[in-house]
Design a protein around this ligand. Structure first.
Ligand SMILES: Cc1cc2nc3c(=O)[nH]c(=O)nc-3n(C[C@H](O)[C@H](O)[C@H](O)COP(=O)(O)O)c2cc1C
Length: 163
């Protein structure tokens, strides 16, 4: 391939999911546009109990704690378009996603955030995410209630060719 010509974008779909809704969205996006999937996983997993995870994550968000991750993304350089998924936790993105953002350089990347929520829509998730990686170029986000992946439109996945 001539590097000066437009090529089809190389896509990464990175996400954190606690109860698998965000994962379902990630898999749906993958089915629609292809690309590689990267599951963001904290070394210390959150408990399954809703009450417990509410308590722990509230404290982490308050302290801006970045939980260490099980694995690092090897080479962000090879991607052009990066989907970043998180559940809405207390109106913002989940702490493991914050760690992931802090460990990678998104300059020159087109980023499409995707958020799963329980009724509060995207709240501050997208604005907070944008503040954390101002070097990225942001495209329209995808916001899904729970795991209602049928609401994802093909138009929202249109990111064009990459120069
Ligand atoms: C710790 C915690 C905090 C949450 N805070 C919110 C919230 O502020 N607003 C909202 O709409 N949903 C909230 N939810 C619901 C999740 O966003 C929703 O269930 C989402 O689909 C979970 O995605 P997941 O299955 O990928 O973890 C919260 C869930 C948890 C566990």
């Amino acid at each position: 391939m001539n590097s000066n010509e437009p090529h089809s974008p190389r896509i990464l779909i990175a996400y954190y999911s606690h109860s698998e809704n965000t994962q379902e969205i990630a898999l749906k996006i993958n089915e629609m546009v292809g690309g590689e999937i990267f599951r963001i996983e904290p070394i210390k997993e959150y408990p399954e109990s809703y009450r417990e995870v509410l308590k722990i994550s509230k404290e982490e968000i308050r302290k801006n704690y970045k939980p260490p991750l099980r694995k690092k993304l090897e080479d962000i350089e090879k991607f052009d378009v990066i989907f970043i998924g998180s559940p809405n936790w207390y109106s913002t993105i989940a702490p493991p996603v914050v760690t992931f953002l802090s460990e990678n350089n998104f300059s020159g990347k087109k980023v499409i955030p995707f958020i799963s929520h329980g009724g509060g829509e995207k709240a501050k998730c997208v604005t907070d995410l944008k503040k954390m990686i101002p070097e990225a170029t942001f495209l329209e986000e995808i916001v899904v209630y729970g795991n209602h992946i049928e609401t994802i439109s093909r138009n929202s996945l249109n990111f064009g060719n990459i120069d």
